[in-house]
Design a protein around this ligand. Sequence first.
Ligand SMILES: *Cc1c(COP(=O)(O)O)cnc(C)c1O
Length: 393
Amino acid sequence: MSAPGGTDTRNPSDAPAPRRIPVMIPQLGEEEAQAAAEAVRSGWVAQGPRVARFEREFAALVGADHGVAVSSCTTALHLALVLWGVGPGDEVVVPSFSFIATANAVRYVGATPVFADVDLATGNVTVATVDAVRTPRTRAVIAVHQGGVPFDVAALRAAADRWGVVLVEDAACAAGSTAYGRPVGAGATVSAWSFHPRKLLTTGEGGMVTLDDPEGAARLRRLREHGMNVSAADRHASAQPVLEAYLETAFNYRMTDIQAAIGLVQLDRLTGLVAQRRALAARYQDLLADVDGLVPVRDPAHGETNYQSFWVRVDPAYGVGRDEVLAELAAAGVSARRGIMAAHLEPAYADVTPAPLPVTERLTRDSLILPLHHALTEDDQDHVVGVLRKLAR
Ligand SMILES: *Cc1c(COP(=O)(O)O)cnc(C)c1O
């Protein structure tokens, strides 16, 4: 920046500001700010018409008949298990290799999480890894589209039908990912979504359940709103007094109209955002192709990831361990992150003794997440790759 008259106001002896590359930045602009302000000015800030529109548009985008907006993906997963009557005495197979909310939702309904291992290339459960830990008490499977990488929906949905269990899809990370040429969510029994700022599409906090079953959707609408037979929005909109009834003990898991207003703007950004991330991911893959022992995440044969998380496995051939790589990246101003966590290694699950989970433990120990976001430049990428190439020598 030059001052009027062309004089550079910086002290020429100042060192340039050190480079800082964040791992993720949500894409939020003036449009979102205005949409939120409009919701506030309208006076309707709790769940109302904007939530209803956001539900319709999001469900259409992911190819589901119904969307029920809730306060987070965690509460979406909880309601999905309540809807299918999962409870005490039941087992639910989940990957340990996931954000801890996936396993926690099972405990919210008093059921027992049973950890399945994952595939080394995708980080996702498979028919074989679920089958290995399934028992006659298994009522449901929560499979995760981890980091946006779709699991094999055709194989797992068919297996779940054969086994007579409910397949809940934790699609927290997967808005904009595809499987077998359709959006993740299309054809699912039930999917749970997150709009936390760490995901591609954000409403601050927020989540959604999508499904094709109209009766299930109607019950979910009651479950998120204290079990009321008529929504507060409909009651307020009615000219006549409406006497509501509370049909069952339920929850307050509602999304606000302020959040939905932001979400509606975010929906318009998604396609462009995913295309941009896929281009940047391809560039990382090219630049890292000849580095021995670094294995970047890729599309599986059955679908395309939105690259919500660009994770890289650090194999022994690289010569330097994952934690040392993270430290070197941090020293160079690159904010990378450890890879996906493993719930069974956390104190909250110390009372669980799972079957061996060798792939989960290897991935959580050896993988890291590189910066990938809409503001990442090719120059930033070259800097990240430069650190990784230098370390390899
Ligand atoms: C982020 C995440 C969640 C939790 O989402 P919230 O909206 O923050 O509750 C659940 N599962 C997976 C796989 C996630 O990545």
